[in-house]
Design a protein around this ligand. Structure first.
Ligand SMILES: NC(=O)C1=CN([C@@H]2O[C@H](COP(=O)(O)OP(=O)(O)OC[C@H]3O[C@@H](n4cnc5c(N)ncnc54)[C@H](OP(=O)(O)O)[C@@H]3O)[C@@H](O)[C@H]2O)C=CC1
Ligand SMILES: CC(=O)C(=O)O
Ligand SMILES: [Mg+2]
Length: 549
């Protein structure tokens, strides 16, 4: 007769003489009553069945819908196949396909997932939050207002899939318990005319509320979040640039919160840049401190990355002022410099004082003027890194660093095959969304993916385990250094600048370790009992806390 429970071996952390050890125990897992599942439903065969069903879909959005339903119906199976097939599944549940899912969300919507908090809830936001079914379990929330989803602009409540996708990566990539995640989409209206006219649009059908009204809403929202979910870390995602900077600085000292587009992107690019600069300097003989970085794009991502890259130069011994002078920014009006006239607050720090001629608009002219070793794109301007720009970068540098980081793929500043051809195979490349490897003159060349997905799972895990009261710059920098250090010897030998995504759990554990130590140093950790653990015991503790499907 079939038993109603089966026993499964699990590793449980236990304390022995003040040191944490792992003990093998067994756990009861309910089995459905006889007759309610087919007679032979072997788990590993079922995973093969699911992957085959996924691959049989005609297009990526169908694959996205299939995986959403699988997650809903059998979340363990979903996460198991994610973990076993990271490089195949990540581009479907995350960028680029999640961009299409957001664009079509009001049309492909099937069932509720996550929390919607709208401007109509102002004054009673706490009541809405208390409707969440798993309050005590809540540890991490990705919150968006849909005002700048990837490079696709204002998508209103259609931004929800980005919060859902990022949280799936927290679970798959860092072992956060699925029941501890809360995707939240704030509905403050939308300025997207197409959505305002779409009868199927799922959000409020009016323009975005004023800045003052949003500020009041956010104050109440963040306060109520901290009351209802006292152990929650908040990740702000895809707020348009003005709001991204304003809300981060308003809340970062008061609540455990970080902005993924400013800080997560800064950390992932710093990490890849450290590895890229070593390869580039090895070819040119130029000291690391001599790198010159030109950004196309000066929004939340561009300025966030520029700020974080200051640490690269400081690590080489440069002063803050010397580091600042190694960075040039371009926006839609061309090179950013003081004499150009009034500019948004977030652009001022990197505005150049050493140029005072007429505006320089063309990217090729700016490259000639700056003579950068690295060209980074966070502009949403498809194909901005054209043949002449890449040839120019290749004439200036034996191994130019080219990072087209805009998402999704169709907004990338250039494609990998173009960059390889136009640089004669010399480019050191990382993009925001994935590109396939290229064969060049008999060698396989591999692009990096400079996406904050490498950072936020580990940063979040470290912050949650240390129970931080705030997320400090030192924790963000530690996440970046943890990622840079996580490359294996084999990955170094292949000249990779980011580790393979298949190793995401190891990478996240290493990042979380650095983040916890940085939190302890800054004194923002409330889980003070972790301070006494040796490095090895802390690593063991982190791994033991990862949920496994
Ligand atoms: N790889 C990753 O991990 C991440 C990638 N991103 C991507 O970065 C991109 C930008 O995001 P974000 O900074 O928030 O967006 P913003 O819209 O705030 O920034 C875009 C920037 O590009 C500039 N720009 C636009 N058009 C041109 C042009 N024709 N010539 C020169 N500059 C131009 C804008 O200029 P102006 O200021 O004058 O308007 C602005 O400074 C998005 O595609 C996003 O997906 C974001 C986060 C993470
Ligand atoms: C990756 C990401 O966060 C973005 O493109 O906005
Ligand atoms: Mg983002």
């Amino acid at each position: 007769m079939l038993k109603t429970v089966v026993r499964r071996r699990v590793l449980t952390p236990v304390w022995v003489n003040g040191v944490q050890k792992l003990k093998i125990t067994s756990q009861s897992v309910p089995r459905p009553p006889r007759g309610l599942v087919p007679p032979v439903l072997d788990e590993s065969v079922h995973h093969v069945r699911c992957i085959q069903q996924l691959r049989s879909k005609d297009n990526d959005i169908e694959k996205y819908i299939y995986l959403s339903q699988l997650k809903d119906a059998e979340h363990r199976t979903f996460y198991k196949i994610c973990l076993d097939n990271m490089s195949e599944i990540t581009p479907i549940i995350y960028t680029p396909t999640v961009g299409d899912a957001c664009l079509q969300f009001s049309h492909i919507y099937r069932r509720p997932e996550g929390l919607y908090v709208s401007i109509k809830d102002k004054g009673s936001i706490g009541k809405v939050l208390r409707n969440w079914p798993r309050i005590d379990d809540a540890r991490i929330s990705v919150v968006t207002d849909g005002s700048r989803i990837l490079g696709l602009g204002d998508l209103g409540v259609n931004g929800m899939p980005i919060a859902i996708g990022k949280l799936s990566l927290y679970v798959a990539g860092a072992g956060i318990r699925p029941s501890s995640t809360i995707p939240i989409c704030l509905d403050l209206g939308t300025n997207n005319p197409k959505f305002l006219e779409d009868p199927l649009y799922l959000g409020l059908r009016h323009p975005r509320v004023s800045k003052e009204e949003m500020t009041e809403f956010m104050e109440e929202f963040m306060h109520e979040m901290s009351v209802v979910f006292p152990k929650l870390l908040v990740q702000f995602e895809d707020f348009s640039t003005d709001k991204a900077f304003a809300h981060l600085s308003a809340f970062r000292e008061r609540y455990p919160v970080f902005n993924d587009d400013i800080q997560g992107t800064g950390a992932v690019v710093l990490s890849g840049f450290m590895n890229a600069a070593r390869l580039s300097s090895a070819a040119s003989g130029r000291p690391l401190s001599d790198h010159r970085i030109l950004f196309l794009g000066a929004g939340s991502a561009g300025v966030g990355v520029a700020m974080q890259l200051m640490s690269f130069f400081k690590l080489q011994g440069l002063s803050t002022e010397e580091a600042r002078r190694r960075i040039w920014l371009i926006d839609s009006q061309g090179l950013i410099y003081n004499d150009r006239g009034p500019m948004a607050e977030h652009k001022k720090y990197f505005s150049r004082a050493d140029y005072s001629g007429p505006p320089i608009m063309s990217l090729a002219d700016i490259v000639q003027h700056v003579k950068p070793t690295a060209l980074l794109g966070l502009s949403t301007l498809k194909s901005a890194f054209n043949q002449s720009v890449i040839e120019l970068m290749s004439a200036l540098n034996p191994r130019p660093i080219i990072f087209p980081l805009s998402n999704p793929v169709r907004l990338s500043e250039c494609e990998y095959d173009e960059a390889v051809q136009w640089s004669n195979g010399k480019v050191i490349f990382a993009s925001g969304s994935p590109f396939p490897s290229q064969e060049y003159q008999g060698h396989m060349l591999h692009p990096g993916q400079g996406n904050n997905m490498y950072i936020f799972p580990g940063l979040g895990l470290g912050a949650i385990l240390a129970r931080v009261s705030s997320v400090t710059d030192s924790m963000v920098e530690a996440s970046s250094l943890g990622l840079a250090d996580s490359l294996t010897e084999e990955e170094h030998n292949e000249n990779l600048i980011y580790p393979r995504i298949e190793r995401i759990r190891d990478i996240s554990a290493q990042i979380a370790h650095g983040v916890i130590r940085a939190a302890q140093k800054a004194g923002v950790d409330q889980a003070t009992y972790l301070r006494n653990l040796s490095d090895a015991a802390l690593m063991e503790y982190i791994r033991s806390k990862m949920w496994k499907p």
